[in-house]
Design a protein around this ligand. Sequence first.
Ligand SMILES: [Zn+2]
Length: 156
Amino acid sequence: MPRRGPGALRVEPCGPRVWEDLSPDRVHGFSARTSLAIHRVEWLFGDYYLYPGAAEHALRRYREFLAQRRPGSLYPRYAGCSCRGCSFDDVRHARDVLELVLRELPARPRAELKRHVAVLDAAYLERTLPDPFTRDRQWRPGLWWRRRLADGEEGG
Ligand SMILES: [Zn+2]
């Protein structure tokens, strides 16, 4: 599937992607207050996978996954590499990042982000299938978005 957007500019599998250099202005579609709160979490949380711009990229990746115009169900795919750029190839990683941000945000910004994520979650539940054997397959079966049927590796 041809990718649109900055993800397509990647030259090496693990090279820096353009979106990592985005200046942390307003997060698209969010109030200034919530954007600032999100950036604070990204800057201060101190997690390898949570860097400035990570939340916006996670939202974009989640939307992109759900926007696929193909009939039938969608299947998340494992990322071929665990670096913080390639990890987003697995849409479930994008949802992990959003969960982390949600957990760290103060109440009001959290509510705003949660509203956006809830819409995507509903679409995700509708377009993916439950995996009955998830406990044998998933390393984090406690996360509901990881209890969906997956399909190999991105590009595999
Ligand atoms: Zn990588």
